[in-house]
Design a protein. Structure first.
Lengths: 135, 69
């Protein structure tokens, strides 16, 4: 199983509060999701618009946005960032905010750690056999 | 007799005040709001009706609806 899919599977298993989650980059490209591709694309683009609106709502000269949550009557929306990678998730109303953020950050960290741990493919070297070279 | 009615009145007033505080807190919690966490640990909280909040809340509602569709 790829690192992203594994991290998302772990997230939905550990965090019972998370209903749907999508991992995407700052261009809106979906890296992985717990929903089908079509919905994942729409979720990523809406989440990106949400992040841009949040960045625009920051006070002037404020630091970068690292995470956000929006509490609505019928559920909550969370977005957490780790460098260029972001994760957006939805939950039922009144979730345990700190716990959801912790799980989302762990998911993002898990993905980047696995990507770093993956050994780089070795460069293949071929040596010509002596016989081949002579003939 | 007089002190008893005073105690009853006091208890009643305290209960009413507590109920009002709880109701206000619940109503405030039920209002749609966004919380932005910045890199330096600052928290910016935006509630329904505040400038900039409505756009954020609209995107969040859209996101929630898409996730549940």
């Amino acid at each position: 199983m790829p690192a992203t899919a594994q991290a998302l599977a772990d997230l939905t298993e550990i965090s019972t509060q998370v209903e749907a989650a999508v991992v995407f980059d700052r261009e809106g490209t979906v890296v992985g999701a717990t929903v089908d591709d079509e919905r994942a694309g729409r979720l990523a683009s809406t989440a990106l618009e949400l992040v841009r609106a949040a960045e625009a709502s920051r006070p002037e000269g404020a630091e970068a946005l690292v995470q956000l949550d929006v509490a609505l009557r019928d559920g909550s929306v969370f977005v957490a960032a780790d460098g260029d990678r972001l994760i957006a998730a939805t939950t039922a109303p009144d979730p345990t905010v700190g716990l959801v953020f912790y799980d989302l950050k762990s998911c993002l960290r898990g993905m980047s750690e696995e990507a770093e741990a993956k050994p780089k493919p070795r460069r293949r070297t071929t040596t010509k056999k002596k016989d081949d070279a002579e003939s | 007799m007089r002190s008893r009615s005073f105690a009853t009145g006091f208890l009643f007033a305290s209960a009413a005040a507590t109920a009002a505080v709880v109701a206000r807190r619940r109503a405030a919690r039920r209002r749609d709001r966004a919380e932005l966490f910045l890199a330096d640990g600052t928290l910016v909280s935006l509630s329904e009706g505040q400038p900039g909040a409505d756009r954020l809340l609209q995107h969040a509602r859209e996101l929630l609806a898409t996730a549940r569709s």
